[in-house]
Ligand binder design. Structure first.
Ligand code: ATP
Ligand code: MG
Length: 391
């Protein structure tokens, strides 16, 4: 009896034309997340098997891989009733249960016993050897027996995967990642739909601290468990931000600051050949996220901006952040460039003409260029700065 993990694909099985690409990418993602583990992987159009001496460690990592519908601990035996029966009894002796049912699926039609009859016979063997009862409606345990050409597979435990699409199937987007609660959740949701990410963080030292930056890198490394491939691009934003505070009326500073952030993000998307911008904006959450503000801020770019948490309540966002493990880090109290010098009365319905007039008061283009060309790239793949990865 050989133990292995069977991986059932998620939503991708419905995408007929793209199936091959999906599966290949899923395999590549699994390989990158299992880096350092010893294992063998076999796959076909509908499922994948992993064999290894360290299946438990592997299983723990696989629950972070998008595109996996479920992970089944299974045992492969030869297809004959004696071996199937004795293996089942051996396996079930280790599992606590009082009621059970057997479900047989015969993919190999050359096997002479039909599904129902096979389940009946195996149920009889179990009843004879283990003190328990059959309950076909609400069993404690459903024993699945799958008879396939390459052997018979027995499984009693199916662990749900996280679903979604394989990360990268949609290419890469640029996530504006702050130290808050919303943007890491937005990043997780994007990865779930197959969008791989680079993260963009605006820092304003000495107004923002090194701890604030480390916090963002930590958040990125938590969501990196779902990608394995993330980078954090750190934008030195101080000079531009100071120029904004010097030249723009207080109520408009956040609006103009966010227009500058979008301009920088747009330039980074172009230079790094990314596809879209993503962020953690949520409609109505703060003054810069009213629909009027979003229109005026968004108008500086033609790159699509996706806001995965736009229509969620804060409580729903918090729930996801707790589930993915970013919440505890997000609530650490470090200043962000959006929260320093916060105006008392930020405008909630800014006018585009006013923004343009205020921006004409200083040479922001030179400052923007300086921001973009001095970006620091932190690669989470190797946990070190990527020297040859300059913009
Ligand atoms: P979060 O929204 O992540 O909880 P926040 O509430 O402090 O953080 P907001 O002021 O709501 O941030 O900003 C909205 C969005 O703008 C953030 O979700 C994030 O995508 C982006 N953003 C804000 N500040 C920064 C920053 N310093 N660097 C990168 N992106 C930022
Ligand atoms: Mg927010």
């Amino acid at each position: 009896m050989k133990k292995l993990l069977l991986i059932k694909y998620g939503e991708l099985t419905t995408k007929k034309g793209n199936r091959k690409t999906f599966i290949k990418l899923l395999v590549k993602n699994i390989q990158s997340i299992l880096m350092g583990e010893e294992y063998q992987i076999h796959y076909d159009r509908v499922r994948m098997y992993i064999e290894s001496e360290s299946l438990e460690a592997i299983e723990e990592k696989l629950v972070h891989v998008f595109g996996i519908h479920s992970i089944v601990e299974c045992y492969q035996v030869h297809t004959n009733m004696e071996e199937i029966s004795s293996s089942l009894v051996e396996l079930l002796k280790k599992v606590p249960f009082q009621t059970f049912k057997v479900e047989t699926k015969r993919a190999d039609k050359s096997f002479p016993i039909e599904n129902l009859e096979c389940s009946r016979q195996l149920g009889g063997v179990i009843l004879k050897n283990i003190p328990c009862k059959v309950d076909v409606h609400h069993p404690d345990l459903t024993v699945k027996v799958e008879i396939r050409r390459e052997g018979t597979f027995l499984y009693v435990r199916e662990i749900p995967g996280i679903g979604g699409y394989p990360v990268g199937i949609q290419g890469k987007g640029l996530l504006m990642l702050s130290g808050g609660i919303d943007s890491p959740v937005a990043g997780y949701l994007s990865l779930k739909r197959g969008v791989d990410l680079e993260c963009l963080y605006f820092e304003s030292p000495p107004h923002t601290s090194l701890e604030a930056k480390n916090k963002v890198v930590k958040l990125a490394s938590i969501i990196n468990a779902y990608s394995g491939n993330l980078k954090v691009l750190v934008v030195p934003f101080t000079k531009l931000q100071e120029a904004i505070y010097k030249n723009v009326p207080e109520s408009y500073v956040i609006t103009i600051m966010r227009r500058m952030m979008y301009r920088i993000a747009t330039e980074v998307v172009k230079r790094r050949k990314l596809k879209i911008i993503l962020n953690g904006e949520s409609i109505g959450q703060v003054a810069s996220q009213t629909l009027d503000s979003m229109r005026v801020i968004n108008s500086v770019t033609t790159i699509p901006v996706i806001r995965p948490v736009a229509c969620m309540d804060k409580l729903e966002i918090i729930e996801i952040s707790k589930k993915i493990g970013t919440y505890e880090t997000s609530i650490l109290p470090y200043e962000d460039c959006c929260t320093i010098f916060l105006p008392k009365h930020p405008v909630i319905n800014p006018e585009l003409e006013k923004c343009i007039e205020y921006e004409s008061r200083f040479d922001y283009e030179t400052l923007l260029e300086e921001c973009v060309s001095n970006i620091e790239v932190i690669s989470l793949k190797e946990q070190k700065k990527d020297e040859d990865d300059l913009l």
